[in-house]
Design a protein around this ligand. Sequence first.
Ligand code: ZN
Length: 166
Amino acid sequence: MAVLEILKYPDERLKRVSAPVSVFDDELRRFVAELEQTMAAGPAAVGIAAPQVGRVQRIVIVDVSGRPGTRSSGHMVLINPQILRREGEAIGREGCLSVPDCTGNVARAQRIELAAMNESGQRREYLCEGFEARAVQHEIDHLDGILFLHRLTGKRDLFRRKVYKS
Ligand code: ZN
């Protein structure tokens, strides 16, 4: 098992549009496990998308369960995710493993209904709200080659991140 290298903005490969997964095999499950390890190694990461490690397939992981006071569906492996419904709008601060030096304010739907496959190819549906809904929308954007930097609410809504203590 390995922690994978994360592509950093402005790497052009982050702009690629990812392809759907059609084969749910052991190789895919191994990759998902490596993606999980890579996310766990990131500072306070709540999500990661396969294209961030150079694999242009529609695979994301979101887990906000470590954030106190946040409604969470637990650990979500979302393969070929589709947002079925969006409700409301909220502006909130986002960061990204591929944009380590900055955070920014982005408008997202407040509540989403979501369908995705898990790593065994079973279809699951989720209802996500608030910060979890934000994290899912952020990660799905990666599958379409979009970073939060492209969605900032205004020019003044980009902030330099405090340095993480190691
Ligand atoms: Zn990101």
